[in-house]
Design a protein. Structure first.
Length: 106
């Protein structure tokens, strides 16, 4: 999975460089009262970056909720496994006691 992500990142970087080289046009961007001049490719890449950050922030609550749920389930599984082991030990001890009592001379 990590290799796939690295290959995808490399492809995106190559596409971004190709885009920047093919769009050297200087444009003026205005945001409220701030006006800036720069490369069209720069503004597009900044927009893509901001969109990526917004997407990650939008997914964050769902990812955290899932992680907390998994953590709670793991703790519950641990408790259940401990209880099961104790029950098996008790059943084994009862079976041993029963075997000893059956073997005892009457």
């Amino acid at each position: 999975m990590t290799v796939f992500v690295l290959i995808l990142a490399l492809i995106l970087a190559i596409v971004a460089v190709a885009f920047a080289l093919q769009n050297p046009l200087i444009v003026t961007a205005t945001f409220f009262t701030v006006s800036m001049k720069g490369s069209l490719a720069l503004f597009v890449l900044i927009g893509v970056g901001v969109g990526f950050v917004i997407g990650v922030l939008a997914m964050l609550p769902t990812v955290l909720k899932g992680a907390l749920t998994v953590s709670r389930h793991r703790k519950h599984i641990g408790t259940l496994e401990k209880s099961l082991n104790e029950q098996k030990k008790a059943e084994t001890a009862e079976a041993d006691d029963k075997t000893k009592s059956d073997e005892a001379p009457k």
